[in-house]
Design a protein around this ligand. Structure first.
Ligand SMILES: Nc1ncnc2c1ncn2[C@@H]1O[C@H](COP(=O)(O)OP(=O)(O)O)[C@@H](O)[C@H]1O
Ligand SMILES: [Mg+2]
Length: 319
């Protein structure tokens, strides 16, 4: 449904999007996750024909974003980062105005406003001025607007930013519901957001894609690089070097807490050395009071890879 190939975008000297490629299949709900400044909005604006890229290509439902922008716009409902609503307009007026811009005839406008309003639950306040609505309600008006022409693809840029927890939950549920009938891309800088809503996540940092996969695939990558934590009582140097000498063990960090050596042990992928550590301790007559895997969260993983990308970029720009 969406194909992006080697897309790059510069703002003057700033490379906001750096050779990005990805594909999204019909019916998927994909999270575009990255810290602020990662290039999410820029990529989404290119996909929605709001601005051109400097190089690369992109297509939506088979139409080229650069040469067939009218056809692409027909296929896309776009909820921008800050929804341009007019506070003095009533919701119905606003939706009618937007539907006119979409070129819908009077009768079609009535039907599509009714349908979109019902789906986004704005019917209850459809005759109220937009300026009187809460942020969550306005966000739903924005979503209703994006749905007026019943597009195949929904592109939502940080749809829950600035909402309170209840509104966030409502918006997430609504997005999930919409995803049953539309292909959805949703950007976010917070991981639990995409974890809760999306089947697949594309992680972007510094304008590049640094990882992608389902939440469970991403978690798999974390477990492979996980560490062990062990607490052993014995001579500090001997404990550290013997554990470090075990097969499959990488770096070992050691610190002393109330008489115990607390070890952070890097373990090579696919290895489990917990039993070896236990045997070592008992052979040496050392106490062992804890041994467990340090399971990094998806959050840690996200922080780690985005930080790495940041360091890489800094390095590049100083070269
Ligand atoms: N209109 C603009 N002019 C100049 N630089 C911009 C503009 N919009 C975004 N940028 C820069 O491009 C990079 C990516 O921004 P953006 O796509 O908005 O990221 P995100 O949506 O992930 O926060 C940032 O470094 C940002 O400062
Ligand atoms: Mg943004």
């Amino acid at each position: 449904m969406i194909q992006v190939r080697n897309l790059s975008k510069w703002y003057g000297p700033v490379k906001a999007v750096d050779n990005i490629s990805f594909r999204i299949k019909e019916g998927e709900i994909v999270g575009f996750l990255g810290p602020n400044g990662a290039g999410k909005t820029t990529t989404l604006r290119i996909l929605t024909c709001f601005m051109p890229a400097n190089s690369g290509s992109a297509s939506v439902a088979g139409h080229d974003v650069f040469t067939q922008s009218m056809q692409v716009r027909e296929q896309i409902g776009y909820l921008p980062e800050s929804v341009p609503l007019y506070p003095e307009m009533r919701v119905r007026e606003y939706l009618n105005f937007r539907a006119k811009l979409r070129g819908l005839a009077a009768e079609a406008r009535q039907t599509s406003i009714k349908r979109a309003a019902a789906r986004c639950r704005v019917t209850d306040f459809i005759d109220r001025p937009i300026g009187h609505l809460s942020r969550g309600m306005r966000q739903r008006v924005g979503l209703a607007e994006a749905l007026l022409h019943d597009p195949k693809v929904l592109i939502l840029d940080e749809p829950t930013v600035g909402l309170d927890p209840t509104q966030i939950r409502e918006t997430r549920n609504l997005v999930k519901e919409l995803a049953k009938e539309h292909t959805v891309i949703l950007s976010s800088h917070i991981l639990p957001e995409v974890e809760a809503t999306c089947e697949r996540t594309i992680i972007i940092a510094g304008g590049r894609i640094v990882a992608s996969g389902s939440p469970s695939e991403l978690k798999e990558r974390i477990t492979q690089s996980s560490r062990l934590i062990a607490e052993i009582r014995g001579p500090a140097d001997a404990v550290k070097s013997s554990v470090g000498g075990l097969n499959g063990v990488g770096k070992v960090e050691s610190s002393l807490t109330d008489g115990w050596n607390r070890l952070l042990i890097d373990v090579q992928a696919g290895q489990d050395v917990r039993e070896d550590i236990f045997k070592l301790a008992s052979k040496q007559g050392w106490g062992l009071r804890e041994i467990r895997r340090e399971v990094a969260s998806l959050e840690d993983f996200f922080v780690q890879i985005t930080a790495q990308q940041h360091i890489d970029r800094e390095g590049q720009s100083s070269n």
